[in-house]
Design a protein around this ligand. Structure first.
Ligand SMILES: [Zn+2]
Length: 306
């Protein structure tokens, strides 16, 4: 394959010829390398940082890559990748997702059907089965290796694991009162199509919970082009303004957008920050092994289908 194999994209929200201006690039640009040469950079936080340049849409303000991988290339790349949950210590993940759940609890009575896209081992799902009253769980998770663990999190409640991230066709229409997508939406080539299809599965008054990166966050401004969310896996990155535009376009009204608290093992965070700035140390003294909660670069959005 050569660089011509990449997709040329219009703004995935506006889908028109709205003007866009390149705003963020890596030193060597993703679009300047062909597919094969770019493969080693796909997983590579600890290598040279290369991503497809991001432009800003003049209509909806979305930051998106006008040149990006096509669907078949993405399937191949995700297929050879280790599950990303292994990167972050488990205690920190559990605390972070508990916070997301508390947010959902404010907006939903937690009953009826439940859909989660990409639940992985079910850290968020477990909160719902323990503290919610859902009568059926549809869990779209292609990773067969986690299926056993995921099934155990619903604690005997009726459930179906759908081995296709977007296998919504297997879910009955008007069946669910909650849908959850944590760190999924930044990865989609056509988020409007996905959200539209998902809307058909929801009952009136249902709640959609989304967790995404926020390209208008302070962290992003401090770190600049080295911000970890600028990477080969994200064809676009949202802000409160652009995610509102996305949801409006896909037939939802936004209830709330908040900065989310993410918990980190401090040593882990410190190591990654140092690496991001080119200071390559391999171990951090154990005195830094404590967990801290930070409102960093993520937002949690709650929306209702119109
Ligand atoms: Zn746009």
């Amino acid at each position: 394959m050569n660089s011509n194999s990449y997709l040329t994209r219009k703004c995935p929200i506006c889908k028109n010829d709205a003007k866009h201006k390149i705003e963020i690039s890596s030193l060597r640009k993703g679009e300047s390398l062909d597919y094969e040469s770019l493969v080693p950079y796909w997983n590579g936080f600890f290598k040279e940082k290369i991503f497809f340049s991001y432009a800003r849409c003049s209509d909806c303000s979305l930051l998106y890559a006008p040149v990006f991988y096509q669907e078949s290339e993405l399937s191949e790349l995700y297929g050879q990748m280790a599950p990303n949950m292994d990167l972050v210590p488990m205690d920190a993940l559990i605390k972070t997702q508990r916070g997301y759940f508390k947010r959902l609890q404010k907006f939903s009575s937690l009953e009826g059907g439940y859909i989660e896209v990409g639940p992985d081992i079910g850290i968020f799902t477990k909160n719902c089965s323990r503290d919610g009253k859902f009568n059926k769980y549809w869990l779209c998770e292609p990773n067969k290796a986690v299926a056993g663990k995921l099934a155990s999190t619903v604690d005997g409640h009726p459930h179906q694991i759908i081995e296709d991230m977007f296998g919504f066709a297997m879910i009955p229409n008007n069946s669910s009162s909650v849908a959850v997508m944590i760190q999924v939406l930044d990865h989609l080539l056509d988020p409007v199509a996905t959200l539209n299809e998902l809307r058909g599965k929801l009952v009136p008054g249902a709640k959609l919970l989304l967790v995404t990166h926020n390209e208008q966050s302070l962290l992003r401004k401090v770190v600049g082009w080295r911000w970890p969310a600028f990477c080969l896996q994200h064809p676009q990155i949202y802000s409160p303004r652009s995610i509102t535009a996305l949801l409006e376009k896909s037939g939802y009204s936004v209830d709330s957008i908040e900065r989310s608290t993410n918990y980190f093992e401090f040593g882990f965070l410190l190591k990654h920050l140092l690496w991001a700035f080119g200071i390559k140390i391999n171990s951090i003294p154990t005195i830094f092994n404590f967990t801290i909660g930070l409102k960093l670069g993520n937002i949690i959005t709650i929306a209702t289908p119109r």
